[in-house]
Ligand binder design. Sequence first.
Ligand SMILES: Cc1cc2nc3c(=O)[nH]c(=O)nc-3n(C[C@H](O)[C@H](O)[C@H](O)COP(=O)(O)O)c2cc1C
Length: 218
Amino acid sequence: MTHIIIQDLQWRHTTKKYDKTRKISQEDLAILFEAMRLTPSSINSQPWKFVVIESNEAKERMSNTFINNYQFNQTHVFDGSHIILFAHNPHYTREDYAEVVQNGIEDNRTKPEEREGAFAPFFFAELNTDEVGNTSNWTKAQTYLALGNTLHTLARLKIDSTPMEGIDTELVNKEFEKELDGYECDVALAIGYHHPEEDYNVKLPKSRRRLDSIFTHI
Ligand SMILES: Cc1cc2nc3c(=O)[nH]c(=O)nc-3n(C[C@H](O)[C@H](O)[C@H](O)COP(=O)(O)O)c2cc1C
């Protein structure tokens, strides 16, 4: 297949070693961040926060979180261009949804006089809230949509990436507690440009389950 979407998805791969001499341009970063912002989510809840680790000081802090585990991902912190923490809101409330409703008014999607009615979809958040107010199952799922959208956008921009569930979530959440501001990080993303010789994964052919194994047409 030669379609550009297929080419992008064939082109992207999980980078195993970055070229530390190459950093992402501000122009590409701006496109990336806007694409992330435009990610769709259930009831437009957008229950995510993205912490972008760019400075040497922040990278040092991130690097330290690999002290016990997942050292295979640690080199990406300094060799890559940026690390992005993907965090979800574990207690999504009506107050959080109020920001979404307000944006809808400011973006001329909702009339100011329809403000109260615009809260109606929030019942869906309530359906996904347990007896102690935890919404993680639902908000984490939305945050992974942002991750998927980010991976595809990066492929279009010809920027390499490494999604990382291999992070010490306890240490990451402790180290970046202030920046996360109540949100929880379960997955991070390294971005940059792969090392021309040392990234073994760039040369491997892509392998996926077969169409007839994953699709049922009825
Ligand atoms: C949510 C998620 C978490 C992942 N965690 C890691 C990780 O911690 N380290 C790593 O090297 N690869 C990680 N991967 C990469 C997968 O192994 C990879 O996407 C898969 O094998 C398909 O290969 P490809 O990305 O090269 O097409 C992760 C991928 C996803 C989507």
